[in-house]
Design a protein around this ligand. Structure first.
Ligand SMILES: NC(=O)c1ccc[n+]([C@@H]2O[C@H](COP(=O)([O-])OP(=O)(O)OC[C@H]3O[C@@H](n4cnc5c(N)ncnc54)[C@H](OP(=O)(O)O)[C@@H]3O)[C@@H](O)[C@H]2O)c1
Length: 327
């Protein structure tokens, strides 16, 4: 007899209504940035995630230069009703120009990008389509207007924005309902708390915190691991040798809090996010990225873990000591 699966709780996606599991899966690392991937392990991760009620799967057209969307294609087609597929456009890097990190929000570019993503995943509709980064040269009325047209045409189900400020979020929302805002938010990256989260909360937009584990820093593993040569974190200020040594001392204190609660460091990081989101009255679906089934189970378990006011205060104090910017 198989034991019953404990599914994660759900919430309704802002300005949309679809029931989404309160933790999603960040798929970026499967194809790029965090060293080599064992594909068999990842397949087990995706199967288990679906079994446990994860339905938000996060990719982008530029992850692996299209490979990440292609990798997800058979899964999305097989489990179409169980996978709420979220992808992004905006970075123009291609296999021909992998180092071109320009941003394009023009209507004609958006139309080309959406068709390419649909084709790569071999689906008719992208459930949530994010503008990955804002190009201020293109008025939001043009880019959001085009996304609104794509909703009417049935090519996308909902509109999302990534890493915009509160004013941009407000302006975009006046053109078309925005369902999700994806921005970096973790115990160690708290910039959006002041000006962005209150706007998202007011407008009923779901927050999708990316890099909720500080790109692996807020775990028991990364600091003790030698990063692969092509790991993108070599270029991030928090991971330089000097900063990493200082940050390891802070992470060790987070780990001590975790141990006292019989939790892992990653679980404390995620429980901090869920607790802080409740405090700020914002609905949030963090999307930790992992290619490992045990870690997935560990991260999902954190969806029902809470921290006390004192533990939150202790963690907030530690967060202030982090060295180096996130990117
Ligand atoms: N909108 C944007 O601009 C943007 C930017 C960055 C990322 N994202 C999205 O957000 C997702 C998540 O962000 P992220 O992947 O950069 O960072 P993250 O989720 O903060 O951390 C991922 C790293 O943590 C490790 N990890 C995960 N769970 C762990 C655990 N329980 N114990 C130990 N290590 C653990 C992973 O390694 P393993 O894989 O080896 O387990 C990986 O190295 C991405 O996949 C992507 O979809 C969006």
């Amino acid at each position: 007899m198989t034991s019953p699966v404990n599914k994660i709780p759900t919430l309704r996606l802002g300005n949309h209504g679809r029931e989404i599991g309160i933790q999603g899966l960040g798929c970026m690392g499967i194809s790029e940035f965090y060293g080599p991937t064992d594909i068999q392990n990842v397949e087990a991760v995706i199967e288990t995630a679906i079994e446990q009620g994860v339905n938000m799967f996060d990719t982008a057209d530029m992850y692996g230069l299209g490979e990440n969307e292609r990798f997800l294609s058979p899964w999305v087609r097989r489990y179409r009703d169980k996978m709420f597929i979220c992808t992004k456009f905006g970075y123009t890097r291609t296999p021909e120009n992998p180092y071109d990190w320009s941003i394009d929000n023009r209507p004609e570019y958006i139309r080309t990008a959406v068709n390419r993503s649909l084709q790569r995943m071999q689906i008719d509709c992208i459930d949530l389509y994010y503008m990955h980064r804002r190009d201020p040269a293109v008025p939001l009325s043009d880019s959001i207007g085009t996304l609104a047209d794509l909703v009417v045409e049935g090519k996308i189900g909902a509109v999302g924005l990534s890493a915009v400020n509160g004013d941009e979020l407000r302006e975009a929302s006046a053109i078309h309902p925005i369902s999700a805002l994806q921005s970096e938010w973790s115990l160690f990256s708290r910039d959006i708390e002041q000006d962005v989260i209150p706007v998202a909360a007011e407008l009923g937009i779901t927050l999708v915190p990316y890099a909720p584990l500080g790109r692996g820093l807020l775990t028991n593993s990364t600091i003790n691991t030698v990063l692969a040569e092509n790991d993108a974190r070599h270029h991030f200020p928090r991971f330089t040798r000097e900063n990493l040594a200082a940050n390891a001392l802070i992470v060790a204190k987070v780990s001590a809090i975790a141990e006292a609660k019989n939790m892992s460091t990653a679980q404390v990081a995620l429980a901090w996010l869920y607790t802080k989101a409740r405090e700020m009255q914002i609905s949030a679906i963090p999307i930790p990225g992992t290619r490992n089934r045990q870690r997935l189970a560990e991260n999902l378990a954190a969806a029902s873990m809470t921290l006390s006011i004192n533990e939150m205060a202790e963690l907030n104090e530690l967060a202030e000591q982090i060295q180096g910017s996130a990117i």
